[in-house]
Design a protein around this ligand. Structure first.
Ligand SMILES: Cc1cc2nc3c(=O)[nH]c(=O)nc-3n(C[C@H](O)[C@H](O)[C@H](O)COP(=O)(O)OP(=O)(O)OC[C@H]3O[C@@H](n4cnc5c(N)ncnc54)[C@H](O)[C@@H]3O)c2cc1C
Length: 451
């Protein structure tokens, strides 16, 4: 017998990170309770995940892990009519105002909206015999041993918030309540230190609206994505959706927020590096009102640097690290952390939080550095611009210029941005040579040309 039982794990939050944690916990715990304050049904938008209204894409690595954890998920999604294609061959990308040459990487992107993806994953998790999803349940706080050395469970109330709390005992509690995680406050309440935080203030906002288009700007592409860069700081994600409509998420950094009035929204769309987006939406039928989500800063909580942490308790997902969303990393990092949790549970009968945090910290390092490096390319973002960051950004500018004429460079870039290959892969001599040779060549497909 192990020192601590693995009878019950309680997962706080049924967002993507919570569902993925529950999936791996079901391999080792007899019972896994997943608690969320929202009523969880189909694919409708919900209050607890306001960011779910905005464009969400899974990176290639995330897609691979989800398919491993839920065999056949890709096929299930495409059978439900969700468009799928190659991440660099069927998504139209613009960087620094230039359109990248397409390239078939063999890495699949399934163009599900966040609620669609979450509802398929949730159905798979709910079907696991060990898992029970308790929706409409609000987390009030943790319970702990008398000496506060161990978390023993959680107190919940129903969604009206008026009844007396119910106590749920647990051998392990996992906080996956997202950016608003109360773990730092709970730690303080129990006499522990709060984690240090790394922050990049980016003052970003997404404004999203759905349209029924009159003309097809996509051809065989799934989405048109002009990514914000210092020369073109306004960005967008413009995928076509399963029901034939299109979602336009405009992104603006450093206070240049996309407006919600018709005129302002269209004027912002007109200023994008991909002119076909404005041409497609100017006469299209809007299906809803534009909605804005503000994202003041990327935040990384350094739990791995703490010296003490209560037993029987972990935190994962956005509660540990919340990335600038334009790089599409959050759900993939949640998937990588779930794999790390599975590996950790194999090694340690009773999870050791500080070892687990060190393990996920190595998972977070690369995407955090990619995002921070790209953010520091914007002169208005404050932070240390080391020689490494400056050199990496200078090289990336040349790489994106080369990718505008050389599809193999596009492919290599998306393998790294998709967290499939390590960043060093972009420095391979054969690739570096292509970058040097092609970075001043003129693109053969003019920027903004519709296919
Ligand atoms: C605008 C925007 C766009 C994004 N785009 C992408 C993208 O393209 N690709 C990508 O990979 N990531 C993207 N992300 C990030 C991604 O959404 C998250 O990283 C990912 O979903 C993991 O989040 P999470 O599960 O940790 O938290 P969340 O998604 O915030 O889920 C937390 C859950 O906890 C529940 N909860 C919270 N508090 C309580 C409480 N007290 N009681 C009960 N339940 C509670 C909530 O209802 C919710 O279900 C984007 C984020 C934003 C803001």
């Amino acid at each position: 017998m192990t020192k601590h039982a693995r009878d019950r794990a309680v997962v706080l939050g049924a967002g993507m990170a919570g569902l993925l944690a529950a999936r791996v916990l079901s391999e080792t715990y007899k019972e896994v309770l997943v608690i969320d304050r929202d009523r969880l049904g189909g694919t409708e938008q919900r209050r607890g995940v306001p960011h779910g209204r905005h464009a969400h894409a899974l990176l290639a690595k995330g897609q691979q892990i989800l398919n491993e954890l839920f065999p056949g998920l890709d096929t299930e999604l495409t059978s439900a009519g969700i468009p799928a294609g190659d991440i660099a061959g069927n998504l139209r990308w613009y960087f620094n105002g230039r359109r990248l040459q397409p390239f078939d990487t063999g890495l699949i992107s399934v163009s599900a909206t966040r609620p669609e993806l979450e509802s398929h994953v949730r159905a798979r998790v709910a079907a696991l015999p060990q898992v029970k999803i308790m929706d409409g349940c609000v987390i009030r706080g943790l319970t702990a041993s008398a000496d506060r050395s161990r978390v023993t469970g959680v107190e919940v109330v129903d969604e009206s918030g008026t009844d007396t709390p119910t106590r749920l005992e647990a051998d392990l509690v996992v906080d996956v309540t997202g950016r608003g995680s109360r773990t730092p406050a709970w730690l303080e309440e129990f006499g522990y230190e709060r984690p240090a935080e790394d922050r990049f203030k980016i003052d970003l906002a997404y404004t999203t609206r759905h349209f029924k288009l009159k003309e097809d700007p996509y051809g065989t592409d799934l989405s048109i994505n002009p990514v914000a860069s210092p020369s073109n700081p306004r960005g967008a994600f413009f995928p076509r959706l399963a029901d034939g409509s299109s979602q336009l998420s405009l992104t603006g950094i450093l206070g240049d927020h996309p407006p919600t009035d018709d005129e302002g929204f269209l004027a912002f769309a007109k200023s994008l590096a991909a002119p076909e987006i404005y041409r497609a939406v100017r006469d299209a039928e809007p299906l809803d009102e534009p909605v804005t989500f503000r994202f003041p800063a990327s935040v990384r909580r350094r739990y791995e640097r703490l010296r003490r942490f209560p037993g029987g308790f972990l935190v994962m997902g956005d509660g540990v690290c919340s990335f600038n969303p334009v790089y599409g990393q959050g759900m993939t990092v949640a998937a990588l952390e779930a794999v790390a949790l599975r590996d950790h549970l194999r090694d340690a009968p009773d999870p050791d939080a500080l070892r687990f945090f060190r393990r996920i910290s190595t998972v977070i390092d690369v995407p955090w550095d990619i995002a921070a490096g790209a953010d520091l390319n914007f002169p208005g973002v404050e932070g240390p611009r080391t020689m490494k960051v400056k050199m990496a950004n200078a090289y990336m500018a040349r790489l994106h210029a080369a990718a505008a004429v050389d599809g193999a460079v596009t492919g290599a870039f998306f393998r790294v941005a998709g967290l499939v290959d390590p960043p060093q892969a972009l420095m391979r001599p054969s690739l570096a040579l292509r970058v040097m040779r092609n970075s001043s060549a003129k693109p053969s497909v003019p920027s903004g040309a519709a296919v």
